[in-house]
Design a binder for this molecule. Structure first.
Ligand code: ADP
Ligand code: MG
Length: 450
């Protein structure tokens, strides 16, 4: 390898690597932002109250769930046995049409109602026998109770008119009425992080965090109600799940590639941590580095830039496949000298390794916020293809946890929870329908919380 290339890679290592002491500094800043967010002061962590506690595992019955992600809507009927087992009775997936995404709000919510109608027909389900609906809506929403929340702004290419600023539960309820399904009660509105935490903790009470590592990244944890000082409601139940919205964390040092990516993004200045961690951006960071190397003449193959010149062409999936030894063909890079391959792989490892280390650092911050001295065990439920499929991603996270906590890292278990956004919604509907929580919700309905 050329001396110049060697020194470029060493510099790159300096830009992307951070040690345990840096991680502890990040954790302190994370704590400070969490504190500000819980008081309602200006903070890069929104700390959104979800108005729901963790399940007790005893919730029972059959519930409906809608999981509205980025490209599909899933409708589920889920049975809860009251002993920690949640089982889907039926699941259907319907692709969200372009018209529904970009037409009027009525068209969008009619599409959801129609999907439910098809679901009932397809599985010959009598909707009246199900108990309530949990609605996972993975867009930024400010909730005012467990079953109401206003969309702040659309993301992921959605633009249906007349929805921003409105209560999405109310809009869904109206659409259900238009289709003669007014008897279906929307019992809970949740975020996918909350769903992930709720789904895992139904079976395992040691679970106290839900994390998403997919297209985006975010997390939720149970907070002591008394510590959420911006929330003026009753102090019982004594815990409430908080949607951190940690993708927005901005007290983290960025390098020149992070800054370039941010400037060219559709939301400059926002979602800074997400842009360093999540699947949507990893390929683009790597691409910017490779283009830099091409410009400096550090790669042997002069054709490489064709494959890397188009923004966002290189994806997290490419990086992931490359680290498993297959990728160069797909990008039309059959004759890449071995030396270039190794250099490119080193770049990918630096980018994905940093992502995993930041994710582990943020998890550590939340754990030490809940449990300062690490007295208890913690099960972290994680959903998302980045965590599930990227080679060594989990190992990199675990290495960072060991660097931060030493032997105590053994108290932290990272566990996959792949269907939180569906199952978790049904369980949340069950929690919301329990008589005790119901009376609480009635009392809460007039409350406001920033
Ligand atoms: P979502 O976050 O939209 O709910 P996923 O959890 O499946 O969905 O995450 C999808 C994201 O995961 C993709 O945008 C991509 O960045 C990343 N991804 C997809 N396939 C892989 C893979 N094989 N290895 C690593 N990351 C992947
Ligand atoms: Mg998801």
């Amino acid at each position: 390898m050329k001396g110049q290339t060697q020194s470029f890679l060493e510099d790159l290592h300096g830009l992307f690597y951070f040690n345990a002491q840096d991680a502890r500094d990040i954790m302190l800043r994370f704590h400070s932002e969490m504190g500000l967010g819980l008081t309602g002061k200006e903070s890069s962590l929104k700390m959104i109250p979800s108005f729901v506690r963790r399940p007790k595992g005893k919730e029972k019955g059959s519930f409906l769930a809608i999981d509205l992600g980025g490209t599909n809507i899933r409708v589920l009927a889920v049975s809860l046995d009251g002993k920690g087992r949640a089982e889907p009775l039926a699941i259907s997936r319907y692709p969200i049409s372009h018209e529904a995404m970009t037409g009027t709000g009525d068209m969008f919510f009619d599409f959801i109602a129609e999907s439910m109608e098809s679901f009932f027909k397809e599985h010959q389900i009598d909707a009246k026998r199900l108990q309530g609906l949990g609605f996972t809506f993975s867009f930024p929403v400010v909730q005012s109770s467990i079953a109401s929340g206003r969309l702040i702004s659309w993301t992921k290419g959605f633009s249906a008119s007349g929805v921003e600023g409105e209560d999405v539960v109310e809009l869904l309820t109206r659409a259900l009425k238009r289709r003669n399904m007014g008897f279906i009660e929307v019992a809970a509105l949740i975020n996918d992080t909350v769903g992930t935490l709720v789904a895992k903790s139904y079976a395992n009470p040691a679970c106290d965090m839900g994390v998403i590592l997919g297209t985006g990244t975010n997390a939720a944890y149970p907070e002591k109600t008394g510590r959420i000082t911006k929330y003026k409601g009753p102090r019982h139940p004594d815990e409430m799940i908080i949607n951190i919205e940690w993708g927005g964390f901005n007290k983290i040092r960025r390098n020149i590639y992070d800054e370039t990516l941010d400037r060219g993004s559709f939301n400059p200045g926002e979602q800074r941590m997400e842009k360093m961690v999540s699947g949507m951006y990893l390929g683009e960071i790597a691409r910017l580095i490779i283009m830099d190397m091409v410009k400096e003449g550090l790669l042997l193959n002069p054709h490489i830039h064709h494959a890397f010149s188009e923004p966002y062409r290189l994806t997290a999936e490419h990086l992931s496949l490359a680290e498993q030894g297959q990728f160069f063909n797909e990008l039309g890079l059959i004759q890449v000298p071995q030396e270039d391959r190794e250099i490119i792989l080193e770049v990918f490892r630096l980018v994905s390794g940093r992502s995993a280390r930041i994710a582990a650092t943020a998890i550590s911050a939340v754990i030490t916020w809940m449990d300062k001295k690490m007295d208890s065990s913690h099960v972290i439920a994680i959903d998302g293809s980045l965590f599930e499929k990227y080679p060594n991603y989990r190992e990199n996270m675990e290495a960072m946890l060991r660097e931060i906590f030493g032997d105590s890292a053994g108290k932290i278990k990272l566990e996959k929870e792949m269907d939180g956004s569906g199952i978790g919604a049904a369980i949340t509907a069950a929690i919301a329908s329990s008589p005790w929580d119901k009376s609480l919700i009635a009392r809460l309905s007039s409350l406001r919380c920033r």
